[in-house]
Design a protein around this ligand. Sequence first.
Ligand SMILES: C[S@@+](CC[C@H](N)C(=O)[O-])C[C@H]1O[C@@H](n2cnc3c(N)ncnc32)[C@H](O)[C@@H]1O
Length: 211
Amino acid sequence: MLSVRSYFFAKFYDATMKEVEEACLGAWRAELLAKTAGDVLEIGAGTGVNISYYPPGIRRLILSEPDRNMRERLAQRVEESGIEQATVADSGAELIDFPAASFDCVVSTLVLCSVKDQSASLQEIYRLLRPGGAFFFIEHVLAEDNPRIIRWQKFFNPLWNFMCCGCHLTRDTAEAIRQTGFQTDQLERVIVESAPAVIQSGIMGIAIKPA
Ligand SMILES: C[S@@+](CC[C@H](N)C(=O)[O-])C[C@H]1O[C@@H](n2cnc3c(N)ncnc32)[C@H](O)[C@@H]1O
């Protein structure tokens, strides 16, 4: 049953997101990912929307995606991109088979809403980053300071979670990033324009693992 939903989720993901990409996401991806460098890991890379935004100089790019249907499109995009230093992997964010301190940058865009265990995923990102390394993120989150939207998020969460293959509307991801031990001075609250109200509250930025 999940594999049927995941098939359709992957198949229609890019088309569904088109309007939001044009309204804001595309520009945010470009702004953030231009700052990546060195050895880079992306978790939950999906259909590979971020690939075209990485700067040409990065040394190594690991694009990890646990869903088979997403990964097929991802592999196709990697091939089309011609980026030789890019490799596709199949790990979930909770456990990624690399030694500690393997990466200068880790990227997560719209993934921490969907991982099974957010705390374990953030701890894994922290473990994999070198001291001083940077965690780049764009995520939709619990609508801080808006009780009306929070009520809607709680109401729709079970249905949304079912339809969108495990995505949660009610996660306080900014607080979770802080709790993991990252420095979050560059965390910004954003409005995800053109998206349904329950996913308009967003955060983006760069969290640093202390040196
Ligand atoms: C909303 S999509 C975002 C895709 C892509 N990152 C983007 O920005 O368009 C969420 C992605 O998270 C992936 N995902 C779900 N559970 C995951 C997990 N435990 N670890 C890593 N990725 C996961 C899904 O397969 C899906 O590709």
